[in-house]
Design a protein around this ligand. Structure first.
Ligand SMILES: NC(=O)CCC(=O)C(=O)O
Length: 297
């Protein structure tokens, strides 16, 4: 069996409290990323929309231009802050997400930037599935009023460790994305995300454990801290799930950092015990990771 995770990796999910002041959010994120790294984390994750409040009316106001890459500091202060943080922390950094405006397409996106320990950009993921839901009396949200969807699956190679799949929040509800990243060799699926008090209660843990169980890989969901003064009440409960679908670490609602030690052996042991990886019947149903799949490594 090929080694998916080449050596042990300490993962940290930063459940960040963010407000309306972007530069304050960026410098607060920096201090938390450095704290996680000083505790041994080599891969640090920030939440969805970590540099702004989360809400349809904020996307255009906080949007930054990322292309052509690298953008200038004026075009994207968050790009440069994240790159500097990764370098200072000497860690891989999955930079949550930020609202992006593209001069090329004249559209807005919800975009993740992932950096290496040298501060170089490794990957960009635009949220593929927009969060449009309507649960009467509970929550109505329509990202698509402002945002456009991305159109590829994102797999990032961390050379000393292996591959990870990165997607954003509502993307977790679409098992195909996870399945494709896992079948293409990811050992970990990461979702910066901001579920809410309605769907968080119902599905946050369930989604994380389902994606881990189906694919026998690690899964990390990283939420903003809950702020009952904000318009959107994030669920919190950032968590890491192991390849056997067990919750390894979980936070409460407040700002905090969630740590987990990941090993390749845990994936191998899980797959040896329940060998679904060699029992699939692609003569009965198609392999979704083959054929016309838009993905980028
Ligand atoms: N920001 C999001 O995509 C929220 C997704 C969510 O709450 C869900 O239930 O799914």
């Amino acid at each position: 069996m090929a080694k998916l995770l080449k050596k042990p990796l300490k993962l940290a999910l930063v459940q960040l409290a963010a407000g309306a002041d972007k530069s304050a959010n960026l410098s607060h994120a920096r201090s938390k990323v450095l704290e996680a790294a000083s505790n041994g984390a080599k891969l640090v994750v920030l939440p969805e929309c970590f540099n702004s409040p989360y809400g349809v009316k904020y996307f255009a106001k906080y949007a930054e231009t990322l292309l052509p890459s690298p953008p200038t500091k004026e075009q994207s202060p968050s790009f440069h802050a994240l790159s500097d943080m990764a370098k200072e922390a000497r860690a891989y950094l999955v930079g949550g997400s930020i609202p992006e405006y593209s001069e090329d397409t004249k559209k807005y996106y919800n975009t993740n930037l992932t950096f290496g320990p040298d501060g170089k950009l490794l990957a960009t993921h635009r949220k593929v599935h927009l969060f449009d839901i309507d649960i009467p009396g509970k929550i109505t949200f329509r990202e698509s009023d402002v945002l456009s969807p991305g159109n590829k699956i994102t797999i990032v190679d961390l050379p000393e460790y292996g591959k990870i799949g990165v997607a954003i929040c509502y993307d977790v509800r679409f098992p195909e994305l996870a399945m494709i990243a896992a079948r293409k060799g990811a050992f970990l699926l990461l979702y910066p995300g901001a579920f809410n008090l309605t769907t968080g209660q119902l599905h946050w843990e369930l989604q994380a454990r389902a994606r881990a169980m189906d694919n026998q890989v690690y899964v990390g969901l990283c939420s903003p801290a809950r702020d009952m003064e904000a318009e959107y009440h994030a669920w919190g409960h950032s968590m890491v799930v192991d390849p056997n679908a067990g919750v390894m670490a979980e936070l409460e609602e407040r700002e905090d950092i969630c740590y987990a030690d990941l090993t390749g052996e845990k994936i191998e042991e899980t797959r040896r015990g329940i060998p679904i990886y060699t029992q699939r019947r692609f003569d009965v149903y198609p392999d979704v990771s083959e054929g016309e799949v838009k993905y980028e490594e």
